[in-house]
Design a protein around this ligand. Structure first.
Ligand code: CA
Length: 465
């Protein structure tokens, strides 16, 4: 096995550090906005590591087992994708001691933490780019970036003209990763934080470093420190180039999210296309990589789930039900478990609402139940995925996960109508007279005539075993 053993068993929780919890007002920037203000491109709301530690009981109670932190290194923005210093924790989040305390707290509770690695580009405050701005072609870092003329037009309005930048955004100069010094610098950073104890890297836009040898070396550097470190690539498409034993263990499974959310928007994706999509994704990569995918319903780069389903709690519950039954580690974007809303960024980066009066408790308890069932049932994490039955005209999709003697049938009704479904179970080897338990209602149903008869309300699903 070339993937970390723990990923398939994990439930991830993604935290945008400025917006989860503010545990230390003394490190807030002077112009901090009140907690819960509508997010803007510029504002800080004061979230930090101490806030995460103060609310660690919330995470433990929810049941998650791994955390993905958006960037934490010193930077000038609230998202911190424009790194100033790859070796320094942003003082607005705490210091290295606070980060180590967070890692220790997590590890004591068997929770792993992966962090965001932004190595395609840096910020204008990064020392080598700063040197280049000051010294132009006399700079020793002349070849660390892609420049065409001096002085660099790094602060005038408009697109980057005389140096390469991510999407021509002047604040994000692109590294020249063909330069061995730059490669070494990045590999040293990667090694440093894994030696410090982080459990892996989520790699930002890694396809823009279009260099297989670079990523193979990156992988070698990281796994030589910790062979169980998780390498997660931010790849938005289904592309087998990137998930294998020479690149990343898993990718962010955005194509799965897209198919699922389109299914939930009536009329945008019919059931056969949905089934084909989600089943094709299972064979796009080596099996161990499929089971090491990071499976989100939303991230800091997308509309939030509850907004996407137009605040329909049933649809949100159905989305989570499918996510938690699909191979790969389900990932919860902080606040999605209680129906936090948000349009595309920056709106999807709202502050976590600690006042419970705004929580969607039906959704919250549903997610908690899904987490605990998934942890209890190995078949949902490691079992085979077997397509059982698709009914396009009525919006039914039935599949099973099976491992050894354990079999779970997942039934979905993606329609506006209550449905009676006669599930054909001969494919599963279920004999007449077998008693099957609905894992949510604890009701028992008998197989009769090779059929398992169930009833599902509109936009709902269940797990049967
Ligand atoms: Ca703070």
């Amino acid at each position: 096995m070339t993937v970390p053993y723990w990923v398939a068993d994990s439930v991830f929780y993604q935290i945008f550090p400025d917006r989860f919890a503010n545990g230390d007002p003394t490190n807030d920037p002077q112009n901090v906005h009140p907690w819960g203000n509508p997010p803007t491109l510029w504002d800080f709301q004061g979230g930090d590591f101490l806030g995460i530690m103060h609310h660690f009981d919330y995470l433990l109670d929810l049941g998650i087992t791994a955390i993905y932190l958006n960037p934490i290194f010193q930077s000038t923005s609230n998202h911190r994708y424009n790194t100033s210093d790859y070796y320094k924790i942003d003082p607005k989040l705490g210091d290295i001691k606070d980060f180590q305390n967070l890692l220790d707290l997590a590890h004591r509770n068997n929770i792993r933490i992966i962090i965001d690695g932004v190595f395609n580009h840096c910020g204008r405050g990064f020392f080598a780019f700063n040197d280049l701005l000051e010294n132009e072609d006399h700079s020793p870092f002349r070849k660390w970036f892609h420049t065409t003329s001096f002085p660099l037009e790094a602060f005038t309005p408009g697109e980057a003209i005389n140096y390469t930048a991510w999407w021509k955004i002047k604040s994000l100069p692109k590294f020249n990763t063909d330069n061995p010094q730059v490669r070494q610098y990045i590999f040293d950073v990667a090694r440093y934080w894994v030696e410090l104890g982080v459990d892996g890297w989520r790699l930002d836009v890694p396809n823009e470093i279009d260099d297989d040898a670079f990523w193979q070396e990156f992988r070698h550097v990281v796994t030589s420190v910790n062979e169980d470190a998780y390498l997660l690539g931010e790849i938005w498409t289904a592309d087998p180039r990137w998930a294998n034993d020479k690149h990343f263990d898993g990718l962010i499974n955005y194509p799965l999210r897209d198919a699922l959310l389109r299914l939930l928007q009536t009329g945008t994706l019919d059931m056969p296309h949905f089934a084909n999509k989600v089943e094709t994704l299972l064979s796009t990569y080596p099996r161990e990589n499929v089971y090491s995918m990071y499976v989100p319903l939303g991230t800091h780069d997308t509309e939030r789930l509850f907004t996407k389903v137009r605040c329909n709690t049933q649809k949100a519950k159905l989305a989570f039900l499918f996510q938690f039954a699909y191979p790969g580690a389900p990932a919860i974007y902080y606040g999605d478990e209680l129906g936090l809303q948000g349009e595309k960024d920056p709106d999807c980066r709202r502050a976590f609402p600690w006042n419970q009066s705004s929580w969607n408790l039906e959704l919250y308890y549903w997610v908690k139940t899904l987490i605990s069932l998934r942890k209890r049932l190995p078949s949902l994490r490691k079992g085979e995925y077997i397509s059982v039955f698709t009914d396009n005209s009525n919006g039914h999709y039935i599949f099973s996960r099976s491992l050894g003697d354990e079999q779970v049938v997942i039934a979905m009704n993606a329609s506006d109508h209550p449905q009676h479904i006669d599930i054909p179970v001969s494919k599963l080897g279920w004999q007449d007279g077998r008693q099957v338990l609905d894992l949510f209602t604890n009701k028992r149903v008998n197989v009769f005539g090779n059929i398992l008869p169930i009833d599902l309300p509109p936009w709902s699903g269940t797990w049967l075993s």
